[in-house]
Design a protein around this ligand. Structure first.
Ligand code: MTE
Ligand code: CO
Length: 423
């Protein structure tokens, strides 16, 4: 995509010149000009008048220079935008919380507009079949938790080899938000379900035409599932299931039913389309893995990466990325610069959350050498993120879903990066 950041070209040219002059000693961030820097010595237009009033932006968007930090899709995947997917610009984000405005979307029949007044949640297969309104939901005690949602198809296009040139496209079917919601167990209890979970399931359906129906074992439903009514402090966005969605921590995104309208307690799974012909993994011998709910530990370097090349010359370089595990907490992330021959342990930016994204950094010095950058996540179960070769050995090449293999970015001496595989 063309540079649409709108940054002043004179400033960019100046920064480049500065790097050329001062790059040898401390390249990053030290732009040393030969003469006086007008940005320091002269009063600039933004200091000679007033800025916008507080009435200019009742609800804000990022400043126009950041206009490139947007969801994108992959054309050949998106012939039809109704049953489709777009990708989070993870290459341009930092920290862990995904801003809702650029958090990826996946719809099977489009994003619907469902008003709170028209919202109903039916719970049946229970002692007291009940229909809850949105106002009813708001009166349940609620909890706050940050969780990642990863579509099972994330990285799915990479099974056969390196394909898409950008972390946004290879790993962008993920978002990480703070949810405010009602434990599903409380809603079930209110409808009179208080039984033995053994052998019981719930079937969850959305209000959209696809319904996206999924069966969930009762143990999980009672454990940590939420009916979320807020994300990142505000109402869910339309595209993320306004006014209420199911949150199924650590489990594949398809189970997180949006616009949740019905929950039925059942004696077995429904075996719906979304859990038989889709979201299963066909192995080399033709047998399929099924009920592959938990998203295994995974990580990716988000910068540098193909859409985030090194542009500041030699010297200090911040390598950063994100890691997550559906089994709990990430305990360690290693980074390799030589395609997995040697590893350095990265710094985790904060205490890793349960089933949430953690940010990692490797603060390093780069002298322009070629790198084959990789990251490898480990979680509290002792699981280590596998290489793509290890994964293919077990799963074969028929799979679409659940590709958590180690990603490689080839960083060239120019600072550009490319999606490659090493063997
Ligand atoms: N729920 C409904 N009702 N309809 C859908 O199409 N898509 C599912 C899931 N829940 C879907 C749904 C899939 S495959 C994923 S990965 C997540 O929602 C995507 O959630 P998001 O759009 O908030 O990113
Ligand atoms: Co999905």
């Amino acid at each position: 995509m063309a540079d649409t950041t709108g940054r002043g070209t004179s400033r960019r040219a100046f920064l480049k010149a500065g790097v050329a002059a001062g790059g040898a000693a401390f390249g990053a961030g030290t732009a040393r000009a030969a003469g006086p820097d007008p940005l320091i010595t002269q009063v600039q237009p933004w200091a000679s008048g007033f800025g916008d009033g507080v009435d200019a932006t009742p609800y804000g968007l990022p400043i126009r220079f950041e206009g490139d930090v947007i969801r994108r899709n992959v054309e050949w995947l998106t012939a039809d935008t109704i049953s489709s997917i777009n990708f989070t610009p993870i290459h341009a984000l930092d920290g862990t919380i995904t801003p809702a405005g650029c958090a990826f979307e996946r719809h099977h029949s489009g994003a619907i507009e469902l008003a709170r007044e028209d919202y109903r949640l039916m719970v049946n297969g229970v002692e007291r079949p009940t229909v809850f309104t949105y106002a009813d939901l708001e009166r349940f005690p609620r909890e706050n938790h940050t969780y990642f949602l990863e579509c099972a198809a994330n990285t799915g296009m990479e099974w056969a080899g390196a394909q898409l040139n950008g972390a946004q496209f290879t790993h962008g079917m993920i978002h990480n938000m703070e949810y405010s919601g009602i434990p599903l167990r409380a809603v079930l209890k209110e409808a009179g379900w208080d039984g033995d979970p053994a052998g019981k399931w719930v079937y969850a359906e959305g209000a959209d035409a696809s319904s996206n129906g999924r069966s969930i074992p009762m143990e999980k439903a009672l454990d940590d599932c939420l009916i979320a009514i807020r994300a990142n402090g505000e109402a869910l966005r339309k595209e993320h299931g306004y006014p209420a969605r199911l949150v199924v921590p650590g489990w594949e995104g398809n189970l997180w039913v949006k616009w949740i309208r019905r929950i039925e307690v059942m004696d077995g799974p429904v075996e719906s389309r979304e859990e038989t012909s889709k979201y299963t993994d066909t192995l080399a011998d033709g047998m399929s893995r099924k009920w592959t709910w938990v998203m295994d530990a995974k990580s990716v370097v988000t910068s540098p990466s193909p859409q985030a090349p090194v542009t500041h010359g030699h010297g200090p370089l911040v390598i950063t990325g994100m890691a997550w595990s559906g089994h709990g907490r990430i305990t360690r992330v290693d980074v390799s610069k030589d395609g997995g021959r040697s590893w350095e342990t990265a710094r985790l930016a904060a205490d890793p959350g349960n089933k949430a994204v953690v940010r990692f950094y490797l603060d390093t010095v780069w002298a322009g050498e070629e790198m084959f950058l990789q990251s490898r996540a480990m979680d509290e179960t002792g699981y280590v993120q596998p290489t793509k070769a290890q994964l293919r050995e077990v799963r074969g090449l028929n799979s679409v879903y659940h590709n958590n293999g180690i990603q490689t970015w080839w960083i060239k001496p120019t600072g550009e990066a490319e999606n490659v595989e090493v063997s």
